[in-house]
Design a protein around this ligand. Structure first.
Ligand SMILES: CC(C)(COP(=O)(O)OP(=O)(O)OC[C@H]1O[C@@H](n2cnc3c(N)ncnc32)[C@H](O)[C@@H]1OP(=O)(O)O)[C@@H](O)C(=O)NCCC(=O)NCCS
Length: 327
């Protein structure tokens, strides 16, 4: 049996911090409301000119360095994102060029905030099939570019950032990605969407004036789907590996809202000391959320060699996904 082992990890967030207090000068909100409803205290905002591929390339560069691989050994680049630099070419091809990864095929995966785990799953399948040995998987988003800073119900939630892992084929028994699980429900697509800029509603003066190039979200509905689907998909991952909650060393959930994280952890019977949370620093960075959290958990020693890590996420689509990794 071939496993996809994580041999390198990295992340990148822009320097500029936007605090809750600063948001109070932009929309009618308060630090108390944002903190009590979401747990978020601040988020990172990219300066003008910085692109998703810049964030992705910076994170990937660190991951490749840690992996010790020759960059020319990377055979595939996957970028999970809903904020590509442009509609085409893909952000992964732009990353390939920025990092000079001449021998890699490259494509993007659009699965909302589940983009990183979906990409991890695709990479794992390629590695297990024997098609590729070394795959670079990135999750990166620049949500500030599609956030309406006049809409207080969404603008307090989102931030910019990304992370990356390098996966390598590994024959060592039971080390690497143990399983991945993906789901989608297109019938719930109106809970979270950005309508304009595609074939349905090409960019026009009308689409811009109507604010259709911004995220539209039904927050309360999404909250309910999130707590149920995130529990279900985490349970599915544990059941398929014959694991109980006590067999998991660290649960790294999508960082959207601390109330969703706490409700999911409670349903799964995980004490919060086994749950990684950094949403207070970054808000929801979409596909960037899980790999940034994994990188911080790894760098701070909460993930060590052989740690069993459960990740799960939900996002636009709707999509939701999970994976268990033995590091
Ligand atoms: C968005 C979210 C934080 C809202 O929290 P909530 O407790 O559900 O709050 P509600 O939507 O019931 O809004 C309550 C009130 O607060 C107001 N409100 C909304 N945003 C506000 C803000 N930033 N500051 C102050 N008040 C705000 C609303 O207008 C509403 O006022 P009303 O009762 O007078 O109409 C929550 O629904 C959520 O996190 N949903 C999931 C979002 C998510 O994770 N999206 C990404 C998934 S990948």
């Amino acid at each position: 049996m071939i496993y996809s082992k994580v041999v390198g990890i990295g992340s990148f967030v822009p320097e500029k911090i936007l605090t809750n207090e600063e948001l109070c000068n932009i929309v009618d909100t308060s630090d108390e409301w944002i903190t009590s409803r979401t747990g978020i205290k601040e988020r990172r905002i990219a300066e003008d000119g910085l692109t998703t591929s810049d964030i992705a390339a910076a994170a990937a560069k660190k991951a490749i360095k840690i992996s010790g691989l020759n960059p020319q050994d990377i055979e595939l680049i996957l970028v999970g994102t809903v904020t590509p630099d442009m509609i085409f070419p893909s952000t992964s091809c732009i990353v390939q060029n920025k990092l000079g990864l001449k021998n890699a095929a490259a494509f993007d995966i659009s699965a909302g905030c589940s983009g990183f785990i979906y990409s991890l799953s695709v990479a794992d399948s390629f590695i297990k099939s024997g098609k590729y040995k070394n795959v670079l998987v990135i999750g990166a988003d620049l949500l500030s570019r599609i956030t309406d800073y006049a809409d207080r119900s969404t603008c307090v939630l989102f931030g910019d950032g990304g992370g990356a892992v390098v996966l390598t084929a590994n024959a060592e028994n039971n080390r690497g990605i143990l399983s991945t699980h993906m789901h989608s429900e297109g019938g719930h697509n109106e809970t979270l969407m950005l309508k304009a800029g595609g074939s349905l509603m090409p960019a026009s003066i009308i689409s811009v004036n109507n604010g259709e190039h911004y995220i539209k979200m039904k927050g309360a509905e999404l909250f309910k789907y999130a707590v149920n689907y995130l529990r279900d998909v985490a349970e599915e991952a544990m059941e398929s590996n014959n694991f109980k909650p006590e067999d998991i060393d660290l649960f790294v959930p999508h960082q959207a809202n601390v109330r969703i994280i706490e409700a999911t952890a409670k349903k799964l019977r995980f004490p919060m000391k086994k749950v990684f949370v950094n949403v207070e620093k970054y808000g929801n960075t979409s596909s960037g959320s899980i790999p940034i959290a994994l990188d911080e958990a790894y760098s701070s020693g909460r993930i060590k060699e052989s740690s069993v890590v459960l990740i799960d996420a939900i996002g636009a689509g709707l999509t939701w996904a999970s994976s268990i990794i033995r590091w």
